[in-house]
Design a protein around this ligand. Structure first.
Ligand code: DUC
Ligand code: ZN
Ligand code: ZN
Length: 476
């Protein structure tokens, strides 16, 4: 099969500690994250350079330069590109820097947030950035959760003392994604901008996407393994619902309520509602003061003297238990770059839920087309990069343990899960980088990929020339 393209991976990213942003320290850098990708059949990753609201991070170009030097510091086992996260509607920057991002860096996608106080844009700010992105043929990726709903529900849960990790899911019921997807579709429709929803995790979100697609709108959606292999029950898997260990499963949006949601989402994988299947690898260590516990240690009422030294193991857990481990402060995100392809193989392809062709579209061809890398990537054709992975022909199923993985995280949410296949070989531009359970590539093998505009919306009717549309005059 064509090498896996994981278009949603967080490495070496400054994730702001605290209740307002994602929080915590990214456990993987380009070396460990790309090693894990290679071992899971992935030959290209797209990671996130992120603007912040600090004055020194205003310039997108500076942000990208600084982020690029982190990648160059270690090198990468697989090819890589960057998305840019934009958290301000700074007219100057949008006007002057977006063309350079596209033309000089080949960054043809930006991510915008509808939640997180430090990152959320208002509707008019969203319109500003989407409009600028469209003018530069940059694809807009949207994190669609209604931040106000989450805040309101979180306050209510806290008033009732419902703060344990499990309640994270209750603070983000499906309507949170339902409202945000609907709103973003309306905004995109207003200015005729194609958008991709990242990490869609609810049946309601998927239904909104499907409805928009049926109207002929260029609306695309990404989904991720956690929405097919975890449920709310996994948020109370360990010991008791109040146990901090359940923070290992906290991601946003949360996994769906039950396995019947999985079945509905599998339909979306098969029928094309979902365009791409990415990991959203967002790695935080569990037993580490800067990982999952970071926000809790920092923000819950301090226990005098206890936070002066670094805690680990039983001592850290004991501290977290007494501080209640309120979910508001736990960084959202789980690791999964290595398990992405094997999980889709095991859960969907081997079970006949999707065809081999669809498997390749979701994991490689569509991300290549959507993010401007096709046909160099995402295809087995003369002239394409020879990126491939080979599943085993016959395979004895096994149960995964974290020690088998190659990331720098101390747990996997899929501990004990049975897998019915795993890559035997991963090949990057003709060179074997993973063979029979061993990394055989080098950390200098991966190269930066300069991307072009998305191919997916090409060929659609030019909505901006349709006089019945609201905002055709915008483009005159
Ligand atoms: N968004 C992501 O893309 N990843 C992790 C958490 C989040 O909110
Ligand atoms: Zn997100
Ligand atoms: Zn993410």
């Amino acid at each position: 099969m064509p090498g896996g393209i994981d278009a949603h991976v967080h490495l070496c990213q400054d994730l702001e500690t605290g209740p307002l942003g994602l929080g915590g320290e990214c456990a993987d850098n380009f070396e460990t994250g790309s090693r894990s990708a290679a071992a899971g059949g992935t030959t290209t990753i797209i990671t996130f350079a992120t603007q912040t609201r600090k004055e020194e991070d205003r310039s997108l170009l500076k942000v990208v330069e600084a982020y690029n030097s982190r990648a160059e510091e270690t090198g990468s086992y697989v090819d890589y590109g960057f998305h840019i996260i934009i958290v301000q509607n700074d007219a100057d920057i949008l006007e002057n820097e977006m063309p350079i991002l596209m033309n000089d860096w080949g960054i043809s996608s930006c991510k915008l947030f509808l939640t997180y106080k430090t990152q959320c844009l208002t509707d008019s700010q969203l319109l500003d950035v989407m409009f600028a992105a469209r003018k530069n043929a940059i694809t807009t990726m949207i994190h669609a959760e209604n931040g106000d709903m989450i805040e309101w529900l979180t306050d209510k849960l806290e008033q009732k003392g419902m703060v344990a990790p499990f309640y994270h899911a209750l603070s983000r019921p499906p309507i949170v994604e339902g409202e945000a997807t609907n709103r973003a579709i309306a905004l995109a429709q207003l200015i005729q901008s194609p958008i991709l929803f990242v990490h869609v995790g609810s049946v309601l979100g998927a239904a909104n996407v499907r409805r928009a697609q049926t109207m002929g709108l260029p609306i695309y959606a990404e989904t991720c393994p956690q929405y097919f292999h975890l449920t709310w029950d996994d948020l109370k898997r360990f010991h008791s619902p109040t146990c901090f260990e359940n923070s290992k499963m906290i991601c946003s949006p949360p996994p769906p309520l039950s396995v019947s949601d999985h079945e509905d989402l599998f339909v979306g994988l098969a029928n094309g509602t979902f365009t791409i299947y990415s990991s959203d690898h967002c790695p935080f260590r569990y037993d580490h003061p800067h990982g999952k516990p970071s926000g809790v240690l920092e923000h819950e009422p301090s226990m005098e003297g206890e936070l002066e030294h670094q805690h680990e193991g039983k001592e850290l857990q004991d501290l977290l238990r007494r501080k209640q481990g309120a979910f508001r402060f736990i960084p959202n995100g789980i690791p999964g770059v290595e398990t992405r392809l094997p999980l889709l193989y095991t859960g969907a392809l081997a079970k006949g839920r999707i065809s081999p062709q669809r498997f390749v579209e979701l994991t490689s061809t569509n991300p290549a087309k959507l993010y401007g890398m096709y046909p160099r990537k995402g295809a087995l054709m003369p002239g394409s990069d020879a990126d491939l992975w080979y599943p085993e022909e016959t395979f004895r199923p096994f149960h995964l343990t974290n020690s088998m993985l190659h990331h720098n995280v101390d747990y996997t949410p899929y501990e004990g899960t049975e897998f019915s296949n795993w890559p035997r070989y991963t090949i990057l531009r003709g060179k074997i980088i993973w063979a029979n359970g061993e990394i055989v590539g080098k950390v200098q093998d991966g190269k930066y990929v300069k991307r072009g505009p998305s191919l997916l919306s090409q060929g659609l009717p030019r909505a901006d020339r349709d006089p019945r549309r609201v905002a055709s005059w915008l483009y005159e």
